[in-house]
Write a protein that binds this ligand. Structure first.
Ligand SMILES: NC(=O)C1=CN([C@@H]2O[C@H](COP(=O)(O)OP(=O)(O)OC[C@H]3O[C@@H](n4cnc5c(N)ncnc54)[C@H](OP(=O)(O)O)[C@@H]3O)[C@@H](O)[C@H]2O)C=CC1
Ligand SMILES: Nc1nc(=O)c2c([nH]1)NC[C@@H]1CN(c3ccc(C(=O)N[C@@H](CCC(=O)O)C(=O)O)cc3)C=[N+]21
Length: 282
């Protein structure tokens, strides 16, 4: 049976309409949610993501400001810029686009962002709160994935979720959120010796690898839910995920496409977190 395709784009559109309403209500109370994005250097992919974020803010009535810094910016200069935003009461959310040039330590940058404005959910305090199940800013991609599963009423509790990838921004936190929803979670990564054997047991399979066709039909159990986080750019400029979509959709019960899958949900959850920050709920 062919899988049902979960459109992140459609769900994102629906949620953004609701958010627009929330923002307008906040505006009526004199609160103007604002996101500041810092972009260091001129990586074309980063520029394109930042433009996507800017557009999404505009669509929902959230104010946004992009601060562009040279590729030879020092760590001290970037930290100083973050401090200015930390202290600026008109700014509710701060996002420093990753990756950063090699002279800058990413963890140092993340640690400097005020955790109350950390709408990416990367600050150690937010990560810690996510682990204990306290109120926190949840990392946008994992939060978007859980939102997609819930939108289709896909059961998570008691299911075996297999996460391929263990990065701090996607793999690790998506496993944690699935655990919080009572899944049994297995993490796989580049040193996993029996990848296929593990992925074949997945009721919910999350691919966050960054390699074309890392997940193929032989990795997938009949009826599994397959979430493709990967964003890989082909030579013709088009995007594709980590999953061999055509083959996988014949085995899966639900599958997310790339593009128009997880990506638009990542941005939507960023907007959600910015509204939350503006309300001062963290
Ligand atoms: N749709 C969206 O909104 C977003 C998409 N992305 C995309 O998701 C993908 C993953 O991103 P990110 O987590 O940042 O990437 P990283 O490169 O930080 O992590 C990739 C992970 O995949 C693992 N891995 C690499 N090769 C294999 C393999 N052959 N078998 C099993 N595991 C493997 C790595 O293992 P090890 O730890 O051992 O190195 C690592 O844990 C990328 O394509 C990225 O562009 C990222 C963020 C948001
Ligand atoms: N501090 C920080 N926070 C991030 O959240 C962050 C980051 N750095 N660095 C890079 C990754 C990647 N990421 C994506 C967001 C949206 C799409 C997205 O909307 N993709 C569209 C396609 C967009 C296009 O066509 O270019 C889609 O999949 O349909 C993809 C990837 C956020 N990231």
């Amino acid at each position: 049976m062919a899988a049902e395709i979960i459109s992140g784009k459609d769900l994102a559109h629906e949620l953004r309409l609701e958010m627009k309403q929330k923002v307008s209500e906040l505006n009526d109370r004199g609160i103007y949610p604002k996101l500041s994005v810092i972009l260091v250097g001129d990586n074309p992919a980063s520029k394109s993501y930042v433009n996507g974020k800017k557009k999404a803010c505009k669509e929902t009535g959230i104010l946004s400001d992009v601060i562009e810094m040279d590729s030879d910016t020092t760590e001290a200069q970037l930290l100083q810029q973050i401090e200015l935003l930390n202290e600026d009461p008109s700014v509710h959310g701060i996002l420093v686009q990753l990756p950063l040039p090699k002279q800058i330590r990413e963890q140092k940058v993340i640690d400097t962002i005020s955790f109350e404005k950390d709408v990416d959910g990367f600050h150690p305090i937010n990560i810690g709160r996510m682990m204990t199940g306290e109120d926190a800013f949840l990392p946008c991609t994992p939060f978007g994935i859980i939102t997609m599963l819930k939108s289709k009423n896909i059961p998570i509790a008691g299911k075996h979720a297999v996460v391929v990838g263990r990065s701090n921004i996607v793999g690790k936190p998506v496993g944690q959120l699935l655990l919080n929803e009572h899944a049994t979670v297995t993490y796989c990564h580049s040193r996993t010796s029996n990848l296929q054997q593990l992925t074949q047991q997945a009721d919910i399979l999350i691919a966050a690898v960054g390699k074309i066709n890392a997940i193929r039909a032989e990795h997938i159990k009949e009826g599994a839910v397959v979430i493709d986080v990967g964003i890989n750019r082909l030579e013709d400029g088009s995007l594709t995920g980590d999953v061999d979509f055509e083959a996988a959709k014949e085995k899966a019960s639900y599958i997310t496409p790339v593009p128009r899958g997880v990506g638009p949900m990542t941005i939507t959850m960023l907007l959600e977190n910015t509204i939350k920050a503006a309300k001062g709920l963290a």
